[in-house]
Design a protein. Structure first.
Lengths: 314, 287
């Protein structure tokens, strides 16, 4: 026993200064968090900029302290490159028009905005975001390739025939594809009142170029996104828009990480150098003012899946 | 195996140069475990400690050709090196505006090598129809190739004699007071600091530190035909000098022309022409 006791004490004698404690409140330099999606068809680009925080306090309280979450100033530039040549540059400015609510209403997130004055008309092949922040010796930056803006389909039949084999339409090619539906309808509440609901029909479409909208898939999605109805409310279908959202590889990687993270605290895969977040390009193609053919419309009103939604023929 | 890419490969001191060793591979470690350290000037002094940053950026303060070195280390401490280079030239900060009191036009001007140059093509004179010849009269006459919004950058095109106001030894030509049509020697002095004389690589799309020799501004008239910048599969622009040679008692003026086969890398050349060609005019300030 004596020997065992000696061996147990020996390390303490040899390494008297060792400590297994970790001071989690050691000051850590804040890390910028940047989110910006560029759609060349947009008139204004938006960007959000926050930062990680640490300090002596409760995270819940720190997160509501604007001084902890935001930078006092930021120099944010968007550069357009034609191969090796910088041919376009513009600066983001703080936006007065847009704030995103964030998690806590006390600290609404300020956006930065930039008017798109030329990104789409030139021969730009890539864009780079460069952010200089006070206290950081190296800039935050990210560069992405510019995807070609898909042509808006100029001629398409506005009628959707879901039967017998589904409705086929074209989405542009791209690493990430998401098909959205904006479903416009009216409810009778003493008078006919406009409503609209937007929902995802399909994500990460594997075969770009040709896509089929199947009746059961469409109506099941619709049921999940329109509130249940009582017998006294009537609904009228007005129109729907199909929206193909195309994202670049960065967007795809980010979404894949996000969607697979579940409740785990996995870091989202981003492409911001010297920071966290995402700088990506998205575009979209819209098929607007679509209507059902007779058979599809009958199915909406009286079909097994959507019959209880209260849509009436008119 | 260490791999290094640079972006861009050349540019001025205002630019942020981007270096990536993200393509490096190791047969013992995952890429995420690799460590990188950087020497931006190739002087043998590491500018960073080892870190996991495989992509990094740097802004150079002095114009020079720099060697960039990255050392990549794996978990076993084995390392490899990759080398690339960037060419950095000076940013031109001398930019001003020239007011032409003859017609109220304003031109962006830049100072290069101690000499002020117009960074826009001259657009002084009266626009005449393309089916009418420029002639020696009391009015400076010019052609407009395009009736578009790019007029301000394309300016007018003039015959060599018109650009000299029909007085061959009068260098002022049709330039504003205190300015003159550059000689061939002055054009060449402009390009002296740049080793590949007429490579657009050194001018950039905006053109030699804002001199704006962008081929987008091209256009000329030759043998009675008007050409915009597109000429066959190439882009072309040309600028008059006041210099000429004589052959068989005929004037053969020199012009500086740029052309590009793919609109990315342009080459220039000196040529002499007859008097039936029409090009752009840039003026330079009298010394």
């Amino acid at each position: 026993m004596k020997n065992i006791g000696l061996f147990a004490v020996l390390p303490l004698l040899i390494f008297p200064a060792c400590s297994n404690s970790l001071d989690v409140l050691d000051p850590i330099d804040p890390i910028p968090i940047v989110y910006c999606q560029i759609n060349p068809a947009d008139k204004i680009f938006y960007l959000t900029l926050t930062r990680t925080f640490s300090g002596d306090g409760i995270a819940y309280d720190l997160a509501r302290d604007a001084n902890q979450v935001f930078y006092d100033s930021a120099d944010i530039h968007l550069e357009g490159w034609e191969n090796q040549y910088k041919v376009w540059e513009n600066q983001f400015e703080p936006s007065d028009r847009s704030k995103y609510s964030g998690i806590f209403p006390e600290t609404p997130g300020y956006c930065f905005e930039l008017s798109n004055n030329g990104l789409i008309i030139s021969t730009i092949t890539s864009v780079r975001l460069v952010i200089n922040l006070p206290g950081m010796s190296s800039p935050v930056f990210s560069r992405i390739s510019l995807m070609p803006v898909p042509a808006v389909p100029s001629r398409y039949d506005h009628e959707i025939a879901l039967y017998p084999n589904g409705y086929e339409f074209d989405c542009p090619n791209g690493p990430y594809l998401q098909l959205l539906c904006a479903f416009n309808y009216q409810e009778y509440e003493g008078a006919w009142v406009d409503h609209s609901v937007t929902f995802t029909l399909r994500k990460d479409i594997i075969m770009p170029g040709g896509n089929t909208l199947y009746a059961d898939m469409f109506f099941n999605r619709l049921v999940k996104n329109i509130a249940p109805i009582n017998d006294t409310i009537l609904r009228k279908f007005i129109s729907l828009d199909l929206i193909c959202l195309v994202g670049d590889k960065n967007f795809k990687d980010y979404m894949n990480t996000y969607e697979n993270s579940s409740n785990q605290d996995l870091p989202l895969k981003g492409n911001i150098n010297n920071g966290y977040g995402l700088f990506a390009m998205i575009t979209s193609v819209k098929y607007v003012n679509m209507f059902f053919d007779r058979q599809s419309f009958d199915s909406l009103c009286k079909g097994e899946i959507t019959g209880k939604l209260g849509f009436v023929r008119w | 195996m260490a791999e290094l890419t640079v972006f861009p490969a050349f540019g001025d001191t205002s630019l942020l140069f981007e270096f990536s060793a993200g393509g490096s591979e190791d047969d013992r470690s995952f890429a995420i475990a690799l460590q990188y350290r950087w020497d931006f000037e190739g002087d043998g002094v590491w500018d960073t400690e080892y870190s996991g940053e495989s992509v990094i950026a740097h802004r150079y303060k002095q114009p020079e050709n720099y060697t960039v070195i990255v050392e990549v280390k794996d978990l076993d401490g084995l390392s490899a090196i990759a080398v690339d280079s960037v060419e950095v030239f000076g940013e031109n900060l001398d930019i001003d505006t020239l007011y032409d009191n003859r017609d109220g036009n304003r031109y962006r001007i830049v100072k290069i090598g101690g000499q002020w140059w117009m960074a826009e093509n001259l657009r002084y004179g009266m626009v005449i129809p393309t089916d009418r010849e420029q002639t020696d009269n009391d009015t400076v006459e010019l052609y407009r190739i395009l009736q578009s919004e790019r007029w301000d950058t394309i300016g007018g095109i003039y015959s060599w004699l018109e650009s000299l106001n029909y007085r061959v030894n009068n260098l002022k030509g049709i330039c504003p007071d205190g300015w003159h049509l550059p000689t061939r020697q002055e054009w060449e002095e402009l390009f002296v600091p740049y080793p590949f004389l007429y490579s657009l690589k050194y001018y950039g799309k905006q053109g030699l530190s804002n001199l704006n020799l962008d081929l987008n501004n091209g256009g000329f008239r030759m043998d009675g035909l008007f050409q915009e910048r597109d000429w066959g599969n190439s882009w072309v622009s040309g600028f008059w000098s006041s210099s000429h040679k004589m052959e068989d008692l005929k004037y053969l003026p020199y012009f500086c022309s740029f052309y590009s086969e793919d609109q990315t890398l342009a080459h220039g050349y000196w040529a002499d022409s007859g008097l039936t060609r029409y090009y752009s005019v840039r003026c330079t300030k009298d010394k």
